[in-house]
Design a protein around this ligand. Structure first.
Ligand code: FES
Length: 114
C-alpha cells in the first residue's frame, strides 16, 4: 500500500551557511532533487516554496517579501509565508527544519514502505 511520507533533504550544512546564501536578499532560488525551490527570509524566519506561482504557473524568481507575504513578481498576488494561501490559491510550501547536522527541507512523496 502506498502512503504519503515526508522526505527530508539536507540543503545546507548549517544555518549560517543558509544565511550566507541569502546575502542581502530576502528571496533566493535554490535547486536540488526536489526541483526549483524559492527560499524566502523575513527577519529570523525562513520559508521554502515550490518555484511555481499557482496563478499562472510562472517562476517566482524576482519575488519579494512584504509583511509575512511572498509577492509574485508577475501580477503581484500575495501569498502567506505561513500557509502559502492567497487569492483562493495555494503556493506549495515545504517545511524547513534546523538540526545539529544541517538545514533540511521536507517534501511529501509517495512511498511503498511508508
Ligand atoms: S503568475 Fe504569479 S500572480 Fe500571476
Amino acid at each position: 500500500m502506498f502512503n504519503r511520507v515526508l522526505k527530508w533533504q539536507l540543503i545546507f550544512e548549517s544555518k549560517s551557511e543558509l544565511i550566507d546564501y541569502f546575502g542581502t536578499r530576502s528571496t533566493v532560488l535554490f535547486k536540488n532533487t526536489f526541483g526549483e525551490i524559492m527560499l524566502a527570509r523575513e527577519g529570523d524566519e525562513f520559508y521554502a516554496f515550490e518555484n511555481k506561482c499557482p496563478h499562472q504557473n510562472k517562476s517566482l524568481e524576482g519575488c519579494s517579501i512584504d509583511e509575512g507575504a511572498i509577492i509574485c513578481p508577475w501580477h503581484k498576488y500575495a501569498f502567506s509565508c505561513e500557509t502559502g494561501r492567497g487569492h483562493g490559491l495555494y503556493l506549495e510550501k515545504y517545511p524547513i527544519k534546523f538540526e545539529e547536522n544541517g538545514v533540511f527541507i521536507g517534501k511529501e512523496v509517495w512511498s511503498l514502505f511508508g
